[in-house]
Design a protein around this ligand. Sequence first.
Ligand SMILES: Cc1cc2nc3c(=O)[nH]c(=O)nc-3n(C[C@H](O)[C@H](O)[C@H](O)COP(=O)(O)OP(=O)(O)OC[C@H]3O[C@@H](n4cnc5c(N)ncnc54)[C@H](O)[C@@H]3O)c2cc1C
Length: 460
Amino acid sequence: MTKVVIIGGGPGGYEAALVAAQLGADVTVVERDGIGGACVLTDCVPSKSLIATSTRTTYVRESSFLGINIPEVAEGEQAVEVDIRHVNGRIKRLARAQSEDTRARLAKEGVDVLVGEARLVDPHIVAVGDQRIRADVILLATGAHPRELPTAAPDGERILTWRHLYDLEELPERLIVVGSGVTGAEFASAYQALGSDVTLVSSRKLVMPTQDSDAAQVLEGVFARRGMTVLSQTRAESVVRTEDGVRVTLSDGRTVDGSHCLMTVGMIPNTDGLGLEEAGVGLGDGGFVEVDRVSRTTVPGVYAAGDCTGVNMLASVAAMQGRIAMWHALGEAVAPLQLSTVASTVFTHPELAAVGVSEDDIRSGRVDGRIVTLPLNTNPRAKMTQVKEGFVKLICRQHTGIVLGGVIVGPRASELILGVSIAVQQRLTVDDIAHTFSVYPSLSGSVTEAARSLMLASPE
Ligand SMILES: Cc1cc2nc3c(=O)[nH]c(=O)nc-3n(C[C@H](O)[C@H](O)[C@H](O)COP(=O)(O)OP(=O)(O)OC[C@H]3O[C@@H](n4cnc5c(N)ncnc54)[C@H](O)[C@@H]3O)c2cc1C
């Protein structure tokens, strides 16, 4: 029986464990904090649970067009009040329950879970405290942690990483979010909706530089409309505590005062002290584990998955890398990881979802394709629900009409993108989507309409 040892119980680790157990391996997962990993306990699950509250508050605040009046308690101030202790308590309970569910599922499938900190002794031995476990196959799935700036060291009270947020007893009155990547934008959007006065510090011209620029522009407009201050093309040089809050000094010399500062300036892989270099496991830029598309490291028998590899740091990708590693290691047929089909979402309000090739790929000539963008405000369902911001963008190959990608900005874009994802994965054409029934009235009607426009616009 093949012995598999997995270090790290996040989605990269636990999904791999389920596959390995299903294939009859003897599997041990070593986890130091809790099954589910940072994904379940501090990052993805808690943030999306917080956003469940913030999204609802936005709907309530912006519902007067439906004839629902929220009385003003003072000039310009509505009676929507968020009980942040309740919110944070709910988030922590949900995270713990999901961790427990996953632990129970692993136990049911016969996976051994060992609590502790693991390191490689050599490519076939893992140490956990004094214990030595022999393994035929090892999977590294140790994740990553928030990057900290020495001049802005988090204290967990006023200068925070997102992992401190759920211990707050009060809603930050004036929150400065440093970093306008996906994480920064999500939290800025959420806390603005919860009632904080938010300033977002962005080093770029436009927020979310890795996303579709039309989408980022729509969202920056929404942020401004809701009263957020976005300071662009500047960096936080330092963050210090003041008597009653924090002061952020920017690279252009300006200072911004707030009650709290949330640092979202990237991730560092959890690869230090794991014995990787001694075992010969190759590390790339920033200490991420080097892997190929079937999750092999530079050492035979040692695989890696998830954030510790730095490959498109998403839970869905971590899980797929982990499964691929086990299929490969245990002799199953396996298709290498294909990043061009990964769907992702920025959970702002509205949401921004994308899959496949980008407009940039087309404009730069890297990919030969056609693009159509339909604003949502002409969609009948959008009109009924007063959705004025957002769009559907569809991209297909120039001559064949094969769908290559898409971007959706709108409510529940995370759900709407699935149709486009299926088309990209299955190499469907715009004709295939155009001939598919969408419900009338529905926002997904804009996806079929976009496909019809691309069909009509097809070159001779
Ligand atoms: C705020 C935020 C929101 C996010 N939202 C989303 C989202 O909506 N959708 C999405 O797809 N992705 C999201 N992500 C990304 C997602 O959380 C990560 O991609 C995912 O957690 C990666 O999974 P993993 O298994 O690689 O690592 P992790 O989930 O970090 O798990 C790794 C585990 O390994 C353990 N570990 C580390 N070293 C050792 C050791 N030596 N011994 C034993 N155990 C060890 C750690 O304690 C940890 O529990 C978000 C990230 C952040 C920061």
